[in-house]
Design a protein around this ligand. Structure first.
Ligand SMILES: [Fe+2]
Length: 305
């Protein structure tokens, strides 16, 4: 999940429609900036639990190792961590059957994401690379918006490995393995969604600060809180919805307005982190989302030329 904005960067020209990213095309992971838990707000449920912080630091250390070696280290999750997963994943699974997009349900199964145990990034990464050429890169904390989104341009999703605090299994103020693997990762097996994500990444590399803000909104209202039409019905595909039972139930409740997706409107609509979203956007299909975004991102290039 992206945080604040950074300053404008100048990037060399690149092809917007290049969907194949080779190992040698990737930038150095070791140059990535991040924010660690010591800088996180004190309202984090684990902030005053020294044991939790030690454990989170240890798992973050494994991600740091990835940046040096390029190899994902599996986490030997504890019984307590597995218990948090089973609790959250079981409750979410019931809601997914009712509200999740059929593509997502199938993808979760294909990736072997079950209610039984926490999946490892290494196994999901192998599967993703084969299906859509997308990769997962472990990260030890939050990354600023341009940096986070720019990795999508290389078909790379930065992903945390630690899990939320046991006192609040229903809540996390930051991404964790539940949010990443139940929320984000399954959708990257969809070719149109993967290409769409790459366009957002391209956009982040080309955008000025105002455009970056717009891209942040597009990301939020699709990748995090997106809804999609399916057989005269509406289903969820956004990670923020699919990884939170509160958000998911709210999204289909009476207090939410579900409006047809319009890119121009989405990039000009404010979102809120402090409360649940009162307005959500419904895309007709992942292919149409991809095409609308391609045109939008291409206009960034024209503006710079
Ligand atoms: Fe997210």
């Amino acid at each position: 999940m992206p945080t604040e904005t950074a300053t404008t960067t100048a990037e060399p020209a690149f092809r917007v429609d290049n969907y194949v990213v080779k190992d040698e095309d990737l930038p150095e992971f070791r140059d990535m900036e991040f924010e660690d838990i010591n800088q996180l707000h004190l309202d984090h449920p684990g902030a005053n639990d020294p044991e939790y912080r030690r454990r989170r630091d240890y798992i973050a250390g494994l991600s740091k190792k990835f940046r040096e070696t390029g190899v994902i280290t599996d986490v030997d999750y504890t019984d307590e961590e597995q218990g948090i997963w089973r609790h959250v994943a079981t409750r979410l699974e019931e809601l997914h059957q009712k509200h999740a997009s059929p593509f997502y349900l199938k993808a979760k199964k294909d990736l072997g994401i079950s209610t039984e145990r926490i999946p490892q990034l290494s196994e999901m990464n192998r599967c993703l690379k084969q299906l859509t050429g997308f990769r997962l890169a472990p990260i030890e904390g939050l990354v600023e918006t341009r940096g986070f989104l720019s990795w999508l341009s290389y078909r790379v999703m930065l992903s945390t490995q630690y899990i939320r605090h046991h006192s609040r299994p229903d809540y996390t103020p930051e991404p964790d393995i539940v949010h990443e693997s139940i929320g984000h990762i399954p959708m990257f097996t969809n070719p149109n969604f993967a290409d769409y994500s790459q366009f957002v990444g391209h956009g982040a590399r080309l955008a000025n600060d105002k455009q970056l803000e717009e891209l942040g909104r597009l990301y939020l209202f699709t990748v995090e809180f997106g809804l999609v039409e399916h057989d005269d019905d509406i289903k969820a595909y956004g990670a923020g919805l699919l990884s939170s039972y509160g958000e998911l139930e709210h999204a289909f409740g009476d207090e939410v307005e579900r409006r047809p997706f319009d890119l121009e409107e989405v990039i000009n609509t404010e979102y809120t982190y402090s409360d649940m979203q009162p307005l959500l956007f419904v895309i007709p299909s992942y292919a149409e989302l991809k095409e609308a975004t391609r045109k939008y991102i291409e206009s960034f290039g024209e503006a710079r030329a």
